[in-house]
Design a protein around this ligand. Structure first.
Ligand SMILES: CC(C)(COP(=O)(O)OP(=O)(O)OC[C@H]1O[C@@H](n2cnc3c(N)ncnc32)[C@H](O)[C@@H]1OP(=O)(O)O)[C@@H](O)C(=O)NCCC(=O)NCCS
Length: 260
């Protein structure tokens, strides 16, 4: 049986804190996850967020392995998911705009436009499946049918997410996807991809630069993203655009963890 790692996070509005809302959400979440035989459940909290860390302890999470602040802290050079942020209030917009220029024969559409265009969705799905298999990860990527892919991207939009898709003569070359975070003006950029045939031509930097300017227009204050320490091209893209690595405590919950 295939066992997978889940990534889960519970967010409660500060006005509703302390009334058991988080407990209910975590119970529902584990009710759904546990029958799927998880290898582990990963979560994370800012290292200064004592309340969240205490709640996570209470729910059976352990901290793994403390706070990793620098590459030297990684044991045995084991790959590690680095978290990055870009604060939009202190952004040097000119340098971002310099990166946002696409080649003349490449068009860019929002994900909202693309999901209603059957041919572009099909091309996006195909490129997505290819690129996902190239992401360094702990478990092999489980392919997604076009129907499920389209459904998940529509859901992303309903949930306040966003995406940009670049194509040349209707062949998708690159895309970047983001989701809005609950209760905070943050956008989480969860995937950026460039078709194998056109990598190294700055399309990832360009699309991410466009994502940044869109986020600014939409009133977001921060963009976060996560990249594994062995994904050199993506680390380079983030560095070019001024993303800063932030220290997080990564939390891990064993498969048996349910509610206390
Ligand atoms: C990551 C990915 C989107 C980058 O696409 P790309 O077309 O190479 O990106 P760009 O050309 O815009 O920029 C690549 C940068 O990485 C650098 N780079 C490429 N390969 C590198 C390597 N092996 N080591 C270090 N830097 C590298 C390039 O020099 C360039 O930096 P520069 O702007 O300073 O010249 C692409 O490789 C991809 O689709 N990978 C699979 C999906 C993936 O892993 N997505 C990220 C998940 S978090």
């Amino acid at each position: 049986m295939l066992t997978v790692t889940f990534s889960a996070r519970v967010a409660v509005h500060p006005d509703a804190a302390g009334r058991g809302v988080g407990r209910c959400l975590w119970a529902k979440l584990t009710e759904w996850i546990l029958p799927q035989h998880p290898r582990q459940i990963l979560s994370w909290a800012d290292k200064s967020d004592c309340h969240s860390l205490a709640v996570a302890d209470h729910w059976g999470f352990t901290r793994r392995p403390g706070t990793i602040e620098a590459t030297e802290d990684l044991q045995n050079a084991e790959p590690w998911p680095w978290r990055y942020e870009l604060r939009l209030d202190s952004l040097h917009l000119d340098s971002v705009l310099d990166h946002a220029v696409l080649p003349a024969d490449v068009e860019c559409h929002t994900l909202a436009e693309v999901v209603d265009d059957a041919d572009l969705v099909a091309s996006l799905h195909e490129a997505h499946e290819e690129c996902r298999t190239d992401v360094p990860s702990w478990e092999p990527y489980q392919t997604m049918t076009k129907q499920d892919f389209e459904k998940s991207q529509r859901q992303r939009l309903v949930d306040g997410g966003f995406g940009l898709v670049a194509h040349r003569r209707r062949q998708v070359l690159a895309a970047t996807f983001a989701e809005g975070m609950a209760f905070v003006p943050d956008l989480h950029n969860d995937f950026t991809m460039v078709h194998r045939s056109v990598r190294g031509q700055h399309l990832a930097v360009t699309l991410k630069a466009r994502l940044i300017t869109s986020a600014l227009t939409l009133g977001f204050e921060r963009i976060t993203t996560e990249v594994r320490s062995d994904n050199a091209p993506m680390l380079a893209v983030n560095e070019t655009l001024g993303f800063r690595r932030i220290a997080m405590r990564h939390l891990v919950s064993p498969p048996s963890a349910g509610m206390h």
